[in-house]
Design a protein around this ligand. Sequence first.
Ligand SMILES: NC(=O)c1ccc[n+]([C@@H]2O[C@H](COP(=O)([O-])OP(=O)(O)OC[C@H]3O[C@@H](n4cnc5c(N)ncnc54)[C@H](O)[C@@H]3O)[C@@H](O)[C@H]2O)c1
Length: 253
Amino acid sequence: MSSTEQRVAVVTGAARGIGAATAVRLAAEGRAVAVIDLDEAACKDTVETITKAGGKAIAVGCDVADEAQVEAAVARIAEELGAPTILVNNAGVLRDNLLFKMSALDWDTVMNVHLRGAFLMTKACQKHMVDAGFGRVVNLSSSSALGNRGQANYSAAKAGLQGFTKTLAKELGKFGITANAVAPGFIVTEMTKATAERVGMGFEDFQNAAASMIPVQRVGNPDDIANTIAFFTGEAAGFVSGQVLYVAGGPLD
Ligand SMILES: NC(=O)c1ccc[n+]([C@@H]2O[C@H](COP(=O)([O-])OP(=O)(O)OC[C@H]3O[C@@H](n4cnc5c(N)ncnc54)[C@H](O)[C@@H]3O)[C@@H](O)[C@H]2O)c1
């Protein structure tokens, strides 16, 4: 890469929440960013925030669990922005329920978005990374990977992403590619808001209850995670690979 060339970063699920904050942060670091989400129109705000700040971004509609859509999206990104060599697998959904009430569809939906989605996106982007002799993959795990009531599907997917990350690090390291996972604790987004609604609590009370259990005595915000992802995707982080970093305001039991 010449010093004037911009690296291209792909962030999935970047219409809002952690993905949007990450896309904005990576653009501020000088990356050209492909903002992927299910609905291309929903990516508009993130793209506008980046371009208004002088950065470069495009909106890409894509269901990360759909192989044909992923291949088309990555081909379009390579064509319009250049070879994608930074990938943040952030797209996610919840289908929480106690095991005895969880449907097979709830299980499959969560596995498909988190695990199949990360697999398809990484497979499509890795050939560009291998050609470039440089790559950074960051997968969004979760503190729920350690087990969480009502999340048999989600905790299994988030633990699965940790194994996926370590395997990528082992297979792809020799091509200059690192892979790491960030495992957030409680972050204020639409996802945690929906959980508060599901358990019948006001969002503010839900956040206060969570904060009281966290050593730093506050809940996290999307920028807490974006900052960590900026480190892992940075040029200087080439010797950090196969790691899982819990970003949760304290150690987890
Ligand atoms: N918020 C938290 O406390 C928290 C904690 C740990 C881990 N995480 C993880 O961080 C990631 C982002 O979470 P968030 O809180 O910002 O969630 P969010 O619900 O606010 O945003 C998720 C985004 O992913 C998109 N998405 C869902 N399915 C998709 C698909 N098939 N293809 C493309 N895009 C899709 C959604 O449209 C949405 O814009 C998720 O992987 C989540 O599991 C979040």
